[in-house]
Write a protein that binds this ligand. Structure first.
Ligand code: V1S
Ligand code: CA
Ligand code: ZN
Length: 400
């Protein structure tokens, strides 16, 4: 609300191909593509689309995707269907559900009808957004359909098949010397971290729940900061912020501001990419934090303020989020922050929007109380201080 004023000519772009909305991971799968339709309804219900340039970007081709991914993996994704997959790979048909031995395919990453098109659409939107930032046609570019941070070069993982974030960052690297990647999804951004592990041109910061044994993907401890070899340029260019269950808005904002404040001062990025996974909200079906919509949005406000102040472009992406109505609330609120209208929009959900009933559970407000569920805050003062001490020691090794 005390956001810094937007300069004259400030432009926000929204990259969304509606074709992405029609795919299904399956009845029991927690990834509901429908959350994207709900998000769009809320953004348009509030008339926020009038404050942005709208783009419906084309699907990526196999060649575009091969800028990061292995060719045999891209070929596999482009031909696999629910019908032919077991014929091609009989080992996938197991009584316990299918194993992940083939390109990461399994219960987490099922082969569904139109899978490759789905991937090409959400990735196309991220690459298009990156290009609009490079050409200066946009200052802040949004793609709520992207942010799929677990996909690896030759393997699907954690509901992610094609890593649109890596593809967008590769595009940004043609024009930008230093990219800061920030990941506020409740899960560790392992795919992006791995892709840029050995370079100092991308600085990766992920905030996540960390428990090596029980919480997916089990990576991202505090001492994982880049390659160990002293000559490797990627050394110290990764920050992991491992958290316990129940973190609150206040603690999260303090950590975010301290860590990102210090990284921006030391690394001086020329562009920021922010992955806004909404599974870090309270009441998420897979998550375990206590963040409210405004607590989550604080991170977007921090980045838009920083990028506006220093005239740097910002790419904002979606990610996880498994309670669809709260995903839509968060991303609609964050859209209002990007266009500089957060303090102008009504907290009562628009009367005449499609799917309004989907929000009834918490009441017709954009800001229900999502804090204090499941568990109390298990992050102690000492935990938070240890993280901050470690980060500031690490940053002493960076540049000037
Ligand atoms: N947590 C969790 C979870 N739940 C599922 C799941 C549940 C039902 C299904 F029908 C299918 C899958 N999988 C997981 C996690 C993966 C979480 C991915 C998060 C993705 C993101 O938000 O960061 C970005 C979009 N997978 C696991 O925990 C692995 C298993 C170990 C347990 C679950 N089974 C189904 C697979 C193996
Ligand atoms: Ca994260
Ligand atoms: Zn997640």
């Amino acid at each position: 609300n005390n956001a810094i004023d937007k300069p004259k000519g400030y432009r926000v772009s929204w990259h969304h191909n509606p074709a992405v909305e029609k795919y299904h991971f399956g009845q029991l799968h927690p990834m509901k593509v429908w959350r994207l339709t709900l998000t769009k309804s809320l953004i348009m219900g509030y008339n926020m689309h009038h404050g942005m340039d709208l783009y419906s970007p084309p699907a990526l081709t196999k060649e575009d995707i091969a800028a990061f991914h292995k060719e045999d993996y891209v070929d596999f994704l482009s031909v696999a269907t629910p019908k032919n997959i077991v014929e091609m790979y009989p080992e996938l048909a197991q009584p316990t559900g299918y194993s992940s031995s083939v390109y990461g395919v399994g219960d987490d990453c099922p082969i569904f009808d139109g899978l490759f098109e789905y991937c090409s659409y959400y990735s196309g939107a991220s690459v298009d957004a990156a290009r609009k930032l490079i050409s200066g046609q946009s200052d802040v570019a949004l793609n709520w359909t992207g942010g799929l941070h677990h996909a690896k070069k030759g393997e699907a993982s954690g509901f992610c098949y094609i890593n649109d974030i890596v593809l967008a960052i590769l595009e940004l690297l043609y024009h930008h010397p230093r990219v800061l990647y920030i990941d506020i999804d409740v899960h560790h951004g392992d795919g992006v971290e791995q892709a840029f592990w050995s370079t100092d041109r991308v600085f990766c910061v992920s905030f996540h729940k960390y428990d090596r044994e029980v919480f997916f993907p089990g990576t991202g401890p505090l001492d994982s900061t880049g390659p160990m070899h002293p000559e490797n340029p990627g050394r110290n260019h990764t920050i992991n912020v491992p958290l316990n269950d129940g973190i609150t808005d206040q603690d999260y904002a303090f950590l975010f501001d301290t860590v990102i404040g210090a990284v921006t001062r030391t690394y001086d990025p020329s562009v920021i990419v922010l992955q806004c996974g909404a599974d870090s909200l309270g009441h998420d079906r897979l998550g375990c934090f206590n963040l409210n919509i405004k607590g989550h949005g604080h991170c977007v406000q921090f980045c838009t303020d920083y990028c506006t102040k220093y005239k740097k472009p910002l790419l904002v992406l979606g990610g996880g989020g498994y309670t669809p109505r709260n995903v839509a609330r968060a991303w609609a609120h964050e859209t209002s922050i990007a266009i500089g209208a957060a303090d102008k929009i009504d907290s009562i959900l628009p009367e005449d929007m499609p799917h309004r009933e989907a929000f009834r559970k918490e009441g017709m407000t954009l800001f229900p109380n999502l804090g204090g569920w499941k568990t109390q805050n298990l992050n102690t003062r000492a935990d938070i201080e240890r993280i901050i001490r470690s980060v500031s020691e690490q940053l002493r090794y960076i540049r000037g």
